[in-house]
Design a protein around this ligand. Structure first.
Ligand code: PLP
Length: 401
């Protein structure tokens, strides 16, 4: 049996292995959480036609009944009275469900919340059978690449690195692969993949496709509608959006994949905190406003950065709120920049309301092919003229240094 039944059953780890080749037919989609989500999907079909902005605001709310709270309350509970579906706090919690419902609707599948983005990465790549091949971006979030590298060093899988923007190279690498991992845009190089072309080629070769949609958000890109098998998020970033919660999520349209990931979450114990999912729902109520404003601000800053003499190169994928610049004067100048602003915060992570930036190679584990002077900028939702005044003053200072 696949991990997942709502009994005192921690699942059989072996049954969820080999997912990519032979586990898609497994029974196991009758868990409490799955049944509830299915019921929700059926009961309010009317929500299905709503726009993303409305889903962000109205999704996952309790029924409109007298004295009902408008939004779902926080339910800190580790145990539930027996006789129902929930049983234990590692299996389900009502506080996870509004987040999963909103994200599932936005992405066009069913969502599962995890303790972090990297917990999702671990849960997914753990399903790759021993010795199988994973095609992965040469540039991607360093934690994802480190997980893959560690598994490869232990002989658990084989990794083929590709430039995701080189579709022909990705398709060549798909042969015999079990899984194609895409990040698009990539972190921090901002390369963009042709998702439909990669999905077609990967499926033809018998491989599944996962897209890390953290940078784009479902408002700018919906990989499941392009044929991807799983979408994942570091919900820590744009979805929660306020730099106050670490959270991850996986979304899929496939029942067996959903059941396998639910089983992984229970078995590995990589469950989200109730406060974190509650905060993320609150954050997602304004996701459309924040993403739109961040993108607008980024597009305003773009030509100004391109023409500034302290900036050698600017990368922008064409959408979203993340820009990467290469600062003239190498790593020392880039470091000086990140120390010279008042409004822009020198901090890792991204996707919050606040504008943050960092030189990525300050992390030893960052890929060596990322330039030493690359500063990844997460443009926030502040007034763009205030942002530019702060940034241009710091850049002018470099030019004169
Ligand atoms: N994926 C991307 C694209 C990221 O940028 C990050 C974190 O920066 C992760 C995954 C990992 O997510 P988390 O930090 O929530 O574990």
């Amino acid at each position: 049996m696949l991990a997942g039944a709502a009994t005192e059953d921690h699942g059989d780890p072996r049954s969820s292995r080999g997912l990519w080749r032979d586990s898609f037919g497994h029974r196991g989609d009758d868990t409490a959480a799955t049944r509830r989500q299915n019921d929700d999907m059926r009961s309010d079909d009317d929500l299905a036609t709503l726009s993303a902005a409305t889903i962000a605001v109205a999704g996952g709310r309790p029924p409109h009944e007298p004295d009902a709270p408008l939004n779902s309350p926080l339910t800190p509970a580790s145990v539930f009275v027996a006789g129902g579906d929930r049983e234990y706090g590692r299996y389900s919690n009502p506080s996870w469900e509004p987040f999963e419902e909103v994200l599932g609707r936005l992405e066009g599948g069913r969502a599962l919340a995890f303790s972090s983005g990297l917990a999702v990465v671990a849960a997914i790549i753990d399903l790759v059978s021993p010795g199988e091949v994973v095609v992965a971006p040469r540039h991607a979030y360093l934690g994802t690449l480190q997980q893959l590298a560690t598994k490869e060093q232990r002989g658990q899988l084989k990794v083929r690195m590709v430039d995701v923007s080189d579709t022909a190279a990705v398709l060549d690498a798909c042969e015999d692969a079990a899984l194609v991992w895409l990040e698009s845009p990539t972190n921090p190089a901002l390369e963009v993949a042709d998702i439909p072309a990669v999905v077609d080629g990967a499926h033809e070769a018998g491989a599944r496709v996962v897209v890390d949609n953290t940078f784009a958000t479902p408002l700018l890109q919906r990989p499941l509608t392009l044929g991807a098998d799983i979408v994942m998020h570091s919900a820590t970033k744009y979805l929660a959006g306020h730099s106050d919660a670490v959270l991850g999520a996986a979304v899929t349209t496939d029942d067996a994949t959903f059941a396998a990931l639910d089983g992984q979450r229970r078995l590995l114990g990589s469950i989200p905190g109730t406060l974190e999912t509650w905060l993320a729902v609150r954050g997602m109520r304004t996701l459309h406003l924040r993403v739109e404003r961040a993108q607008q601000n980024a597009r305003t800053l773009l030509p100004r950065l391109e023409s500034h003499r302290a900036v050698d190169q600017v990368r922008y994928p064409g959408f979203g709120g993340i820009i990467a610049i290469e600062v003239r004067g190498g790593a020392p100048a880039a470091d000086l920049l990140t120390r010279s602003t008042r409004l822009w915060v020198h901090a890792t992570s991204l996707g919050g309301v606040e504008s943050t930036f960092e030189r990525r190679r300050r992390w030893q584990s960052e890929q060596a092919t990322i330039p030493e002077n690359l500063v990844r900028m997460s443009v926030g939702v502040e007034d763009v003229e205030d942002l530019w005044a702060d940034l241009s003053r710091a850049l002018d200072g470099l030019a004169h240094a």
